[in-house]
Write a new protein. Structure first.
Lengths: 115, 114
């Protein structure tokens, strides 16, 4: 069965520093991968998605993610973090056994930004 | 403005008292889904619907019901709520639920069952 692991529950980054959030997935075929962000008191918003092609995908708000099949990873990166990036970040994989009608979410990583 | 609207935002109830959380989208989306979010568990899917009168179970459907009588509405029904259903609930929609569609989320409903 498909699963998603986000090994870091919390990460603290200084404003202006670079960021990398880790995501590992378990899926037999080519996965369909997503990163969502949840700001406090809000619903989730899609940052970026990967289906095929270039393994480095660009998203909104200056985020990017790289798909590495050999490592079963889809890590999210940002070169310079802003205080407004403080939020919870969820990696997700679309379940192929359901015709991609379902998403499996990771448990999330909470990003704290220090001044 | 394109949006998914959930009501209420906050709800406190007692065990066994039936309740409904409403969800409405104004984007003519075919696919709608309910998730619950619990600390340390992320989001887990409760039910989803591919279109009017077409619904299916997600990963944690026990204790919940849904209906899809109109395309825009997808209410979540708890017929006999229990304390383990205390959670943050999200409704989401997408154009047709395929692999290349992003989900649009509502702002959430925080439910407490005493």
């Amino acid at each position: 069965a498909q699963s998603v692991t986000q090994p870091d529950i919390h990460i603290t980054v200084s404003e202006g520093a670079s960021l990398e959030l880790r995501c590992n997935y378990s899926y037999g075929a080519t996965p369909y991968l997503f990163w969502y962000v949840q700001s406090p008191g809000q619903g989730l918003q899609l940052l970026l998605k990967y289906f095929s092609g270039d393994t480095l995908v660009q998203g909104i708000k200056g985020f990017e993610a790289e798909f590495k099949r050999s490592q079963s990873s889809f890590n999210l990166r940002k070169p310079s973090v802003h205080w407004s990036d403080a939020a919870e970040y969820f990696c997700a994989v679309a379940r192929g056994d359901t015709g991609f009608q379902k998403l499996v979410f990771g448990t999330g990583t909470r990003l704290l930004v220090s001044p | 403005e394109a949006q998914v609207t959930q009501n209420p935002r906050y709800l406190i109830t007692v065990t066994g008292k039936k309740l409904t959380v409403t969800c409405s989208q104004n984007m003519n989306h075919e696919y709608m889904s309910w998730y619950r979010q619990d600390p340390g568990l992320g989001l887990r899917q409760i039910y989803y619907s591919m279109n009017v009168e077409v619904t299916d179970k997600g990963d944690v459907p026990e204790g919940y019901k849904v209906s899809r009588k109109e395309k825009r509405n997808f209410p979540l029904i708890l017929e006999s709520p229990s304390p383990n259903q205390t959670s943050l609930y999200f409704c989401a929609s997408s154009l047709w639920g395929g692999s290349n569609e992003k989900l649009f989320f509502g702002s959430g409903t925080q439910l407490s069952v005493l």
